[in-house]
Design a binder for this molecule. Structure first.
Ligand code: SF4
Ligand code: SF4
Length: 99
């Protein structure tokens, strides 16, 4: 599963540098993958790009963003349910391209 940030986010920015996949962006900022820039998914608070979140599988034992969020506003994204194998595969693919 990818994780997602809810509107309870207080924009503290603590999670963003912790992500090994650079999947977290400040609201309103474009996100990038494979050399392409894409429009912001959310404008008012930090967001996670589902295509880039591996739930930290392959890097850490627990999602690093969740571990540092002071208001516990990072939850499982119900629209992006993936198995551990799929997440590992995603991690390998992400490692091969520009993030
Ligand atoms: S769970 Fe891990 S990979 Fe996903 S957004 Fe959080 S820190 Fe990044
Ligand atoms: S750590 Fe939590 S409150 Fe801070 S920016 Fe990230 S999601 Fe928002």
């Amino acid at each position: 599963m990818a994780l997602m940030i809810t509107d309870e986010c207080i924009n503290c920015g603590a999670c963003e540098p912790e992500c090994p996949n650079t999947a977290i962006y400040e609201g309103g900022m474009n996100w990038s993958l494979d050399g392409r820039s894409n429009e912001s998914l959310i404008n008012d608070y930090f967001y996670i790009v589902p295509e880039k979140c591996t739930e930290c599988v392959g890097f850490h034992n627990e999602p690093q963003c969740r571990a540092v969020c002071p208001v516990d506003c990072i939850i499982i994204n119900p629209d992006h349910v993936e198995s551990k194998e799929e997440l590992l595969e995603k991690k390998e693919k992400l490692n091969l391209i520009e993030r």
